[in-house]
Design a protein around this ligand. Structure first.
Ligand SMILES: N[C@@H](Cc1ccccc1)C(=O)O
Length: 400
C-alpha cells in the first residue's frame, strides 16, 4: 500500500482505494492481492457513450455530475419542414381587373384588398388657404351677378379713402395711428376738381339735406397718399365713375389687400384682405340690404344672421353682422354693413333716388374658421406656416 501511494498521483490513489474497497476487487491486508481477473471501467464507458451522443439514464448522469465529470448545457434548435402552402416558386397574385385577368379568372388567385393602406402622399404644389377661399367667394359673388372691381392700387389718396366717404379730416382713423401714410410720393397728382369742391362743401357746411361737420376742410389733408385702409376706397371711385354716365344699376365686389397700422397679435395683422360687396340701384331699402346679406351668407353656410346697430361715417344706418356658425355652435361677428349716406352719393352726381347698400368682411376670418387656424400669423405674413399649407384639406364653403 505504501509503495502504491508513493507511486501514484494522490487523487488517483484515493479514487482507486475507495473503488477497490467498494467493489471488493482486492484483498487488503499486510499484502495486497488481486481478487478478480477483470475490472470494467464503468465511468470511462459512460463518458465515451456521452461523447458519442448517446442518452444515459438519470442515475448514471447524476453520478457523473456529482463528480464534476460532466456539466449540462442547453441550446435551442429549429427544424424547418415544408408547410401546407409550400411552392418552389413565388406565386404571383392578380391585382387588377384587366380584360385578361377576367378571361382567366378561374385559374387566377386574386390579391386581397388592403383597405387600411394609406394613399401615396401627393408631391405637388399647394394653393394657400386664402387663395382657395377667395376663389370660392369669387364664385359666389359671380353666381349672384356681381362684377369684380379693379383693386390693383394699394396706394390711394386720402381723398378717395376718406374724404369722398364723408369721413371728417379730424377722424381718429386718419391719424398715423391707424393709417400708413406715404413718404414718397407723399401727395396725389390729380383729383377731379369740381367733385373735390362739392365734397369740401358738404364736409364744411352740408347740403343735400345735411348740416355737414362745420370745420375747415383742408385740401392738403385730402392730397396725402396712404396705403388704402379699406377697399371701400375702391367703391367710392367706382360709384363716382358710375355717376358720370347715364345711370345703370350695378352689383360690384372686390377681394383684395388693405393696410392698417395696428399692433400685430393672434387675430390682427397690419395687412389683410377685405371682401367688399355693394349693390347700387334706385329705391333700395334696408330690407334689401338684409335680404342680400342673407343670400350671401347662406351661400357661405351661415343662414342665421343677427344685426347690431353700428356707426360708420359713410353709412346710415350701419349694422354689424353676426352669423351663427353651425360648426362652432356659436354666434361670430362676420362683418360690417350699411347704406351709403346721401352726403357721399349726391356730391358724386348720382340720381337722388339711387341707393347703395354695401358690406365688408375680412377674408382671413372665415378662412381661419374653415381651416381651424387660431393664429392669423400662421396664415399670412412672414411667419406663415408652409407645412400648414401642404397639410391642409380642401375645405368647402357652404353647407347647403
Ligand atoms: N369699410 C368698412 C366695411 C364696410 C363696407 C361697406 C359698408 C359698410 C362697411 C370696414 O373697413 O370695416
Amino acid at each position: 500500500m505504501d509503495e502504491l501511494k508513493r507511486k501514484l498521483d494522490p487523487s488517483v490513489f484515493n479514487i482507486g482505494r475507495s473503488q477497490v474497497g467498494k467493489h471488493n476487487w482486492v484483498q487488503l491486508g499486510k499484502q495486497v492481492s488481486r481478487k478478480v481477473q477483470h475490472v470494467k471501467d464503468k465511468v470511462k464507458n459512460l463518458l465515451l457513450q456521452i461523447q458519442e451522443g448517446m442518452e444515459l439514464d438519470e442515475s448514471s448522469l447524476n453520478s457523473l455530475k456529482t463528480r464534476s465529470l460532466i456539466e449540462s448545457k442547453e441550446w435551442k434548435g429549429y427544424s424547418v419542414k415544408k408547410g401546407p402552402n409550400y411552392a418552389p416558386k413565388r406565386k404571383k397574385f392578380a391585382t387588377d381587373l384587366t380584360r385578361e385577368n377576367l378571361q382567366t379568372w378561374k385559374e387566377l388567385q386574386f390579391k386581397e384588398y388592403n383597405f387600411n393602406a394609406k394613399g401615396q402622399p401627393l408631391d405637388a404644389g399647394h394653393l394657400h388657404p386664402l387663395l382657395k377661399v377667395r376663389k370660392q367667394l369669387k364664385d359666389i359673388f359671380r353666381q349672384m351677378g356681381f362684377e369684380e372691381m379693379p383693386t390693383n392700387n394699394f396706394v390711394e389718396s386720402s381723398f378717395w379713402n376718406f374724404d369722398a366717404l364723408f369721413q371728417p379730416q379730424q377722424h381718429p382713423a386718419r391719424d398715423s395711428h391707424d393709417t400708413f401714410f406715404l413718404k414718397a410720393p407723399s401727395t396725389t397728382r390729380e383729383l377731379p376738381e369740381d367733385y373735390v369742391e362739392r365734397v369740401k362743401q358738404v364736409h364744411e357746411s352740408g347740403g343735400y339735406g345735411s348740416r355737414g361737420y362745420n370745420y375747415d376742410w383742408k385740401r392738403e389733408e385730402a392730397n396725402k397718399n396712404l396705403l388704402r385702409t379699406h377697399t371701400t376706397a375702391v367703391s367710392s371711385r367706382m360709384l363716382y365713375a358710375l355717376a358720370k354716365k347715364p345711370f345703370t344699376p350695378k352689383k360690384y365686389f372686390s377681394i383684395d389687400r388693405v393696410f392698417r397700422n395696428e399692433a400685430v397679435d393672434r387675430t390682427h395683422l397690419a395687412e389683410f384682405h377685405q371682401i367688399e360687396g355693394l349693390v347700387c340701384d334706385r329705391g333700395l331699402t334696408l330690407g334689401d340690404l338684409i335680404g342680400v346679406l342673407h343670400d350671401f351668407f347662406s351661400r357661405l353656410g351661415m343662414s342665421k344672421l343677427r344685426f347690431k346697430p353700428a356707426y360708420n361715417p359713410y353709412t346710415e344706418p350701419s349694422m354689424e353682422i353676426f352669423g351663427y356658425h353651425e360648426g362652432l355652435g356659436k354666434w361670430v361677428e362676420v362683418g360690417n354693413s350699411g347704406m351709403f349716406r346721401p352726403e357721399m352719393l349726391l356730391p358724386m352726381g348720382l340720381p337722388e333716388d339711387v341707393r347703395v347698400i354695401a358690406w365688408g368682411v375680412s377674408l382671413e376670418r372665415p378662412t381661419m374658421i374653415l381651416y381651424g387656424i387660431d393664429n392669423i400669423r400662421d396664415l399670412f405674413g412672414h411667419k406663415v406656416d408652409l407645412d400648414l399649407i401642404k397639410r391642409n384639406a380642401i375645405c368647402r364653403i357652404g353647407i347647403e
